[in-house]
Design a binder for this molecule. Structure first.
Ligand code: ADP
Ligand code: MG
Length: 259
């Protein structure tokens, strides 16, 4: 077993009816690195994220995290093991505060059940947990430079800030692997620049990052290695330089409508 790989996909395949959305994909992501997954729309990128985070169970193949099989485990268990993600589309509660949006992402991490929630007001253990959730949330907001907006409504943030808020929510669960699904989509160049800086900062803290993104400049600048998906198959992998001049990759992109 290769212990340097934090996440490993072995022959991962998923079929939806007649469609093979992910087809025999192998991948190894080393600790502390930034890995990008690129490919035309519909290639299966988000589906791979859904498999890694337990939303879908693959039809075949295995997912290993820290050398341990996690294939088909439920999402909350996978979160507890240290995998967090953001989604392609913003999923925030607009009329809740920035801070509460982050806190809500951690419920699967606390041992708080219904009874202790009801009796929690008097329970020192629950109070302690609540305090820890608050601290982790503030730390994550600080990292994404949103701490001073913590009492504002999420909907009052700019678009770029809302996307960063989602990353903060993921970070507050204290992951070792962070999955980002098109984090720069819809951002202006300045927002992208800020986001890039923050992703590097997250990497410097020791996290491993698995990134799906269409913006090639963003991907090429940030990634240590890149895997390319087309019709569910991995058609190329390597350093940004290698992938950029790979003829299969160029062909896959030329034939299709991408941003
Ligand atoms: P990408 O993120 O690369 O744009 P997706 O992973 O979202 O692509 O989708 C890959 C393919 O799988 C698409 O053809 C999509 O329609 C299909 N797909 C994804 N999820 C489902 C599902 N739950 N049921 C049926 N088809 C799905
Ligand atoms: Mg997608």
């Amino acid at each position: 077993m290769d212990m340097s790989a934090l996440l490993e996909l072995q022959n991962v395949t998923i079929r939806f009816g007649g469609l093979t959305a992910v087809d025999g994909v192998d991948m190894k992501i080393d600790r502390g690195t930034i890995r990008a997954l690129i490919g035309p729309n519909g290639a299966g990128k988000s589906t791979i994220f859904n498999i890694v985070t337990g939303i879908y169970s693959p039809t075949a193949g295995r997912v290993l995290f820290n050398g341990q099989e996690i294939t088909g485990l439920p999402p909350h268990v996978i979160t507890k093991k240290g995998i967090a993600r953001t989604f392609q589309n913003i999923r925030l509660f607009g009329k809740m505060t920035v801070l509460d949006n982050v806190k809500i992402g951690q419920h699967c991490r606390s041992s708080c059940d219904f009874l202790s929630a009801v009796t929690g007001f008097f329970n020192p253990k629950v109070k302690k947990e609540e305090k820890e959730i608050e601290e982790r949330s503030l730390e994550a907001l600080e990292l994404m430079e949103l701490a001073d907006k913590r009492y504002e409504y999420a909907q009052s943030l700019s678009y770029g800030e809302q996307r960063r808020l989602e990353i903060a929510r993921a970070l507050a669960t204290k992951p070792s692997l962070l999955l980002l699904d098109e984090p720069a989509a819809g951002m202006n160049p300045q927002e992208k620049q800020t986001l890039m800086k923050m992703i590097r900062k997250i990497q410097d803290m020791g996290l491993t990052i698995f990134l799906v993104e269409h913006d090639m400049k963003f991907v090429m600048n940030l990634s240590d290695r890149i895997a390319v998906l087309d019709y569910g198959r991995k058609i190329a992998a390597g350093s940004p330089e290698e992938v950029q001049k790979n003829p299969d990759v160029i062909a896959a992109y030329l034939g299709k409508d991408v941003d």
